[in-house]
Design a protein around this ligand. Sequence first.
Ligand code: PLP
Length: 392
Amino acid sequence: MIYLDNAATTKPADEVIEAMLPYFREQYGNPSAIYSLGSAAKKAVNQAKRTFAEVLGAKPEEIYFTAGGTESDNWALKATAESYSAKGKHIITTKIEHHAILHTCEYLEKRGFEITYLNVDQYGLVDLEELEAAIRPDTILISVMFANNEIGTIEPIAEIGAIAKKHGVLFHTDAVQAFGQLPIRVDELHIDMLSASGHKLNGPKGIGLLYIRSGLKLRSLIHGGAQERNRRAGTENVPGIVGFQAAIQRAVARMEEKTKKELELRDYLIGRIEKEIPYCRLNGHRTRRLPGNVNFSFSFIEGESVLIMLDMKGICASSGSACTSGALDPSHVLLATGLKHEEAHGSLRLTLCEENTKEEADTVVEELKAIVTKLRSMSPLYEDFLKKQHKA
Ligand code: PLP
């Protein structure tokens, strides 16, 4: 098997699993209990908060563990909306956010909030002037993702943070795809809230965090016990938290080497595909993109068919985000970058990890060439195109 769907999820690292096991077997205490089994678990949770705080340049009490990126995004948006509605009911986001943000925005719209969805350019980049012009006296929040999960485009987060700060508007970023891949310091970037998720960086699934700058008056997410400073009740997922900590420590330690390896392989794959497969288009920005992201549109064919045929060869890839693949709608991200419906339908995302090799990349290109040729030979769109070319 060749696994090229690391933006959907990653393989848990051995160190992560090793770190978690004692918290299933021996250290199973409830962190709220006062006996030593409980306090050992509490210590582990507090240590993890210190680790994440250090990575982000934040304070441990600003880290709140959640059940993943979706939950963190929901919390940031809904709680800001509710807690700051006296100031205003306007929120700014982008057209290319993950559905965890977009569907939460739709929910808020039904409850009287007004949302501005910023356009992006052909590379998926937000226009800073458009952003600043969208700010109004009743704007309470700007939420822009750090890096896009489909096309890998890295947004100008520092500039967006500076604009938000200048206008006294809160700034949330969905950093699920960037956390552990790129260095992130919340103060330098003027980030007030940040969502991250464990399973995108070789950590466990079902664990994430929301960084909330101290001083923000966000309402609680889940009501119940006093866990997470009364803001997110429920017994902590101690093994998940410990595993997530091991994952970020590993990611930070290897970031430079991993980035270099993935960048090289990414650009090698992009280069070969562009050279050897006609009528294709690289989606996203050529350089301002996540080191492991490759996304192409192939004219005249369906991305879903490419995926099925790649799967038959043991290659795991995606034609959009994991949450939308299987749906018939073309990717909202690709449409926002200006692609036509049929072009967006013919897209393929390959997302790398440091374990992928040049040999694997070569195999994928060879298989892809054969698949695209085969699908085009059966495509009426391609036949029409060839006829028109022949006439001209
Ligand atoms: N935000 C982005 C940008 C993502 O890529 C994802 C997952 O694909 C999520 C949010 C949701 O994260 P989780 O799977 O941890 O709920």
